[in-house]
Design a protein around this ligand. Sequence first.
Ligand SMILES: Cc1ncc(COP(=O)(O)O)c(C=O)c1O
Length: 378
Amino acid sequence: MIKTWSYIKEYQNSRKEILNSIDKTLKSGNLFFGNQLHKFEKNFLKHNKTKYGLAVGSGTDALIISLKALGVGNNHNDEVITVSNTAIPTVSAITTAGAKAVFADIGNDYLININNIQKLINKNTKAIIPVHLYGHPCDMEKICKIAKKNNLKIIEDCAQSQGATLNNKKVGTFGDFGCFSFYPTKILGAYGDGGFITTSSLKMYNKIKRIRFYGIEQNDKKNKFNKKYYANEHGINSRLDELHASILNVKLNKINSYISKRKKIANIYLKELKSTSLKLPNQKMNCQHVYHLFTVYHPQRELIIKKLRSKNIEIKIYYPFPIHKMKAYKNIKVNKNFKLLVTEKMGKGIFSLPLYPELTMTEVYKVVKTLKTVLKTI
Ligand SMILES: Cc1ncc(COP(=O)(O)O)c(C=O)c1O
């Protein structure tokens, strides 16, 4: 079976380094907030060209902590504009923070439709969460202009776009916060959960540092409770442990090679599938797409997937249901003037082809050949 994703080959390739790193970490006597975490935080920030930031327990936590740090959700009428074609956690984080998600439609590029944003803003709007879905950046320059004009905060959902750039600027550096996920399938994946928050504000950094660890003050020497087991504000527990930091340290060194391998595979798909009836992803001129997913659209999706599966090619759908169609979120009212037409149309036809750095060329060309044959028969 050609899998959509697998970590086994990657682990085999890096096994020695990873096991050495784990062994060294376990022998260090530190399981949390030790050298591995500090090294990882420093190098991750360097890679993302961001001044401040810290690792947390997951991408979901990164979003929740960022919203809490900005006070979004302190008032139950607070609204956050985002999209419905995204992973559940983008929206569950907004709900957990106590705010309401408001959905803009997406464009044909699967990203937030900028033209919808201004029309959805009202006195309750507090923030925008643009999702750099599938590895392609949203148009952050326009989103930042709208946010500035309306005094709104921006939290970038970078869970799928580690390393992506817009005008050579990394995602996660445009808004108030950038939120990353190290869920194993991601561009930089751990072998468990993990996440990261980036920010250019020292004040916000200190705040997220407290929230990450039960509200304990970490950086204010003037505070008599500094580093004492004393909650200065309401916080949660969202730690990245030393073992995962040690694995991520090994993998962060290889991130550029992971991204270039993903791009190589994506370029083959783009070239070979160009003249088929599939709608292919496009990369905007000024952007670097990191191809977390290679998502295509076809109105006959179910038939195509069935035929590919019968030929041992696994296909996944991200996402089969827009969030506003899910039972848990049906209370989120869709603005009457914005019927989310593109979101709903795309939701019925999108699917993602196998793509991860260790996919072999034989496998990639088998996907291409089989898919072309299948498309001719429908
Ligand atoms: C777009 C998006 N946002 C947020 C998340 C949440 O990340 P995590 O699974 O690490 O909590 C994910 C990952 O599933 C995601 O794809």
